[in-house]
Ligand binder design. Structure first.
Ligand code: GDP
Ligand code: IMO
Ligand code: MG
Length: 427
C-alpha cells in the first residue's frame, strides 16, 4: 500500500480542509505532516461549519485514525481549545487521534518572538500569522527545540527554563513588552491536558498501518508557493509544504507515496505579504474577494485576490509530482462576464516565459492573459459533471491541456455535498 497526498498548489487556503474531509470517508488514516496553528482548514457539512488548525480534517469521521505527525509544530494551548470546541459536535478524539512524540512544541515565547521579529522587520514583514511557527522551526533546526515526548521526562522544566532564558535574551534586545506569566499558566495547564492523549511513535504507527493495508491520506497545510525552499522566499512559511514534506513529516519512504492530489482555486488568493503577479488591486479583485468570501480562516485578514497563475501552478505540479487535480471555488467565477488566466510572465526586457524566476520579489512581471467567456449561471446546485455549463468545460479543458493533468474534482460550493467528480475514479 501507498499513502495518497492532498496539498495546496497556490499560496494556501485552496480548500484543502473541505476535500480532505470529503475524501476521508474513503481512508482509514488522515495525517498532518507539517505546519501548525498557522493553518485554518474549513469543513462544512449538514449544518456544521468548522475551522481546524492543528487537528487533521478526518476528525469528524468516527472510524478514521487521525495523526499529527513529527513534522508538525504543535501549540498545546491552541490544541486544547480546538479539542474543547469539537465537543459541541460530540467529537471527543481521545481514541482516534495520535500525536507524534517527535512533533516540536510551540512555547509561549515562540509566539512572542514571532511578533517581535515581525515588528522589527517593519515594512519588510512577512505578514506571519503570529502563531510562533517560524521561531519554533528555527529552534528545531538549531537543535534546541522541545518535543511533545519531552513533556514526560524528569528534567522537562529545566529544559523549558533553559530555552525560555535564551528566548528572553532575544526578546529583551527587541524591547518587546509582554505578560509571560499568564501565557505560561495556560501553557502548563494545556500540557497536562495534552498528556491525556495518545502521544506515540507515529512513524511506527503509520508504517504499521500501511503494512496492514490501511489506506492513508496525508493532509498538507499552506500551499506550495509558501514552501520554505520552493515558495516566494522570503515571503513563505518555515516548513516544506510540498510532497517531500510528507516523507520527512511522517516517516514515510518516498516509495510509499501514491496519488498526489493537487488542489487549486479557479482563481488565486494570497494572505500576508509577498509577491503575487496576478493580483488585482481593483474592483475585479474586490469582487473576487466578495464573491469568494476571501477572509482568512485563522486570522480573519482580507485575502488578496487575482486571476489564476499557470506558471506558478505548473511549477507546483512539477515539484510535487502531482498526479491529479481538484479545482475549487468554480462557483465564485459565475459572477464574471469574462475570466482571465495568466499563461506567461512578460519581463521588462520583453522576454516571455511560463517558468518561475529565481526570485519573484525582484522581478518586474506583467502577466500575459488568455480570456474566457464567463458562464454567468449559478452552478452551486449542480451534482453531475455533464451538466456543467459549456463555458466552464472550455475553461477546464484549457487548464487540463496546459497543466497536462486531469481535473478529477470540481468544487462548486463550500459544503461537502457541493463536490463533483469527473468520473467514478474515487468510488
Ligand atoms: P484550506 O486552508 O485550504 O483548508 O482553505 P480555507 O478553509 O482556509 O479556505 C477555503 C474557503 O473556501 C473556506 O471558507 C471554505 O468553506 C470555502 N470553500 C471551499 N470550497 C469552496 C467552493 O468550491 N466554493 C466556495 N464558494 N467556497 C468554498
Ligand atoms: P492553510 O493551511 C494561507 C502565510 C501567512 C504569511 C506566511 C508566513 O490554511 O492554507 P507563518 O505564520 O507560517 O509564519 O506565515 O504564510 N500562511 C498562510 N496563508 N493559508 C495558510 O494555511 C497559511 N499559513 C501561513 O499569511 O504570509
Ligand atoms: Mg486556510
Amino acid at each position: 500500500m501507498k499513502s495518497d497526498v492532498i496539498l495546496g498548489l497556490q499560496w494556501g487556503d485552496e480548500g484543502k480542509g473541505k476535500i480532505v474531509d470529503f475524501l476521508s470517508s474513503k481512508y482509514d488514516v488522515v495525517a498532518r505532516f507539517q505546519g501548525g496553528p498557522n493553518a485554518g482548514h474549513t469543513l462544512e457539512f449538514d449544518d456544521i461549519k468548522h475551522v481546524l488548525h492543528q487537528v487533521p480534517s478526518g476528525i469528524f469521521r468516527d472510524n478514521t485514525k487521525n495523526i499529527i505527525g513529527n513534522g508538525v509544530v504543535l501549540d498545546p494551548v491552541v490544541f486544547r481549545k480546538e479539542i474543547e470546541e469539537l465537543k459541541q459536535y460530540d467529537v471527543e478524539p481521545f481514541y482516534n487521534l495520535f500525536i507524534s512524540k517527535r512533533a516540536q512544541l510551540i512555547l509561549p515565547t515562540h509566539r512572542l518572538l514571532d511578533a517581535a521579529y515581525e515588528k522589527s522587520k517593519g515594512e519588510e514583514k512577512i505578514g506571519s500569522t503570529l502563531r510562533g511557527i517560524g521561531p519554533t522551526y528555527q529552534d528545531k533546526t538549531a537543535r534546541i527545540g522541545l518535543r511533545v515526548g519531552d513533556i514526560s521526562i524528569n528534567n522537562f522544566i529545566e529544559k523549558y527554563e533553559n530555552l525560555k532564558a535564551k528566548h528572553l535574551t532575544i526578546l529583551n534586545i527587541h524591547d518587546f513588552e509582554f505578560d509571560l506569566e499568564t501565557l505560561e499558566k495556560e501553557f502548563f495547564e494545556a500540557l497536562e491536558y495534552l498528556k491525556k492523549f495518545k502521544l506515540v511513535d507515529t512513524d511506527y504507527l503509520i508504517n504499521q498501518s500501511l503494512n496492514a493495508h490501511e489506506t492513508i491520506l496525508a493532509e498538507g497545510a499552506q500551499g506550495s508557493m509558501l514552501d520554505i525552499d520552493f515558495g516566494s522566499y522570503p515571503f513563505v512559511t518555515s516548513s516544506n509544504t510540498t510532497c517531500a514534506g510528507v516523507c520527512t513529516g511522517l516517516g514515510l519512504a518516498p516509495s510509499k507515496i501514491g496519488q498526489v492530489h493537487g488542489i487549486f482555486k479557479a482563481y488565486c488568493t494570497r494572505v500576508g505579504e509577498g509577491p503575487f503577479p496576478t493580483e488585482l488591486n481593483n474592483e475585479v479583485g474586490e469582487k473576487l474577494r466578495k464573491e469568494g468570501h476571501e477572509y482568512g480562516a485563522t486570522t480573519g485578514r482580507s485575502r488578496r485576490c487575482g486571476w489564476i497563475d499557470l506558471p506558478a501552478l505548473k511549477y507546483s505540479i512539477m515539484v510535487n509530482g502531482v498526479t491529479q487535480l481538484c479545482m475549487m471555488k468554480a462557483d465564485v467565477l459565475s459572477a464574471f462576464e469574462e475570466i482571465h488566466a495568466c499563461t506567461h510572465y512578460k519581463y521588462k526586457n520583453g522576454n516571455i516565459s511560463d517558468k518561475l524566476p529565481f526570485d519573484l520579489c525582484n522581478e518586474d512581471i506583467t502577466p500575459v492573459y488568455k480570456t474566457f467567456k464567463g458562464w454567468k449561471q449559478d452552478i452551486t446546485g449542480i451534482t453531475d459533471y455533464k451538466l456543467l455549463p459549456s463555458e466552464l468545460f472550455e475553461y477546464i479543458a484549457f487548464l487540463e491541456e496546459e497543466l497536462d493533468l486531469p481535473i478529477n474534482i470540481i468544487s462548486v460550493g463550500p459544503n461537502r455535498s457541493q463536490t463533483i467528480f469527473k468520473d467514478n475514479h474515487f468510488h
